[in-house]
Design a protein around this ligand. Structure first.
Ligand code: PBG
Ligand code: ZN
Length: 307
């Protein structure tokens, strides 16, 4: 009877699995702060993505871990870059898998910032140009959806315009529209080596104390051409998920980030809480708040639990 009156559903079809693509061969390199999550070289990632698809999860979100970083983050928009090569292999092996790529510079810059740095500050407009180049190189490789995670101003409009100009009108944009300056990104930054070498990201990411500002950002991205809006992190920001859903009506995604995953994993490993129950509860409550789909490191495992 509880099933008959349940208001919210959770199924593997609502989940997206993030995957870390790394250079090298035959690598399955565990990430310390995210037990159960690895960095994969191309063939291993293609295999893992096959299992994800088999579990009923429709999409993966790719992050790149390049072998070299430089000042301008050139690895991000290199046609032979780690994400571009992985996307080509993925689409060839699993044409039905939806491939989403994270578009940002921080994994590729030696200073770890999400943009081009001039005189100690991130230059918004130069960065927007480099992000558009990155998005186009991902689309050329076969990405179905590009997901800019940098939080520069005006990047959605610029990426949409340039994708259309270059012949990719059908490549969709999932905008990290309300991305907060959060301590919960810690394990991710260790995973990809992207901790800022000076300063912090508060100049471009949102203040966790603000919600009106998040709504303004979300509406701007929608006007500029975003197809779906992402709120990130998820569980501590459920009010933002709900407001973005109600006030835009657009498809809304929530990203349960590395630190949210690590907290549940660590407490579970210590026997302090029931990991499976806690993970599934976190996911259904993110859906209840209004998320149409959830990016979560639990995706593949949760799909197994939901069977
Ligand atoms: C990079 C990016 C970050 C995450 C996704 N894209 C980290 C950051 O802004 O430092 C976080 C993902 C996670 O913590 O799981 N722009
Ligand atoms: Zn970034």
């Amino acid at each position: 009877m509880r099933g008959l009156v349940r208001e919210t559903t959770l199924s593997p079809a609502d989940l997206i699995q993030p995957l870390f693509a790394t250079a090298g061969t035959d690598l399955r390199d565990p990430i310390e702060g995210m037990p159960g999550i690895n960095r994969y070289s191309i063939a291993a990632l293609v295999e893992e993505a096959g299992e994800v698809l088999e579990a009923g999860i429709p999409a993966v979100l790719l992050f790149g871990v390049p072998s070299e970083k430089d000042e301008a983050g050139t690895g991000a928009y290199d046609d032979e870059g780690v994400v571009q090569m992985t996307v080509r292999a993925l689409k060839e092996a699993h044409p039905d898998l939806i491939v989403i790529t994270d578009v940002c510079l921080c994994e590729y810059t030696d200073h770890g910032h999400c943009g081009f740095v001039r005189d100690g500050r991130v230059d918004n407009d130069v960065t927007v140009e480099l992000l558009a180049r990155t998005a186009i190189s991902h689309a050329e490789a076969g990405a179905d959806i590009v997901a800019p995670s940098d939080m520069m101003d005006g990047r959605i409009g610029s990426i949409r315009y340039q994708l259309d100009e270059e012949g990719f009108p059908d490549t969709a944009i999932l905008s990290y529209a309300a991305k907060f300056s959060s301590a919960f990104y810690g394990p991710f930054r260790e995973a990809v080596g992207s901790a800022p070498q000076f300063g912090d990201r508060r100049g471009y990411q949102l203040d966790p104390a603000n919600s009106d500002e998040a709504i303004r950002e979300a509406k701007l991205d929608l006007e500029e051409g975003a197809d779906a809006l992402m709120v990130k992190p998820a569980s501590h920001y459920l009010d933002i998920v709900r407001r973005v859903k109600d006030e835009t009506g657009a498809p809304v995604a929530a990203f349960q980030v590395s630190g949210e995953y690590a907290v549940i994993r660590a407490a579970g490993a210590n026997g302090w809480l029931d990991e499976q129950a806690a993970a599934l509860e976190s996911l259904v409550t993110i859906r209840r708040a209004g998320a149409d789909f959830i990016v979560t490191y639990f995706a593949k495992e949760a799909a197994g639990w939901l069977k």
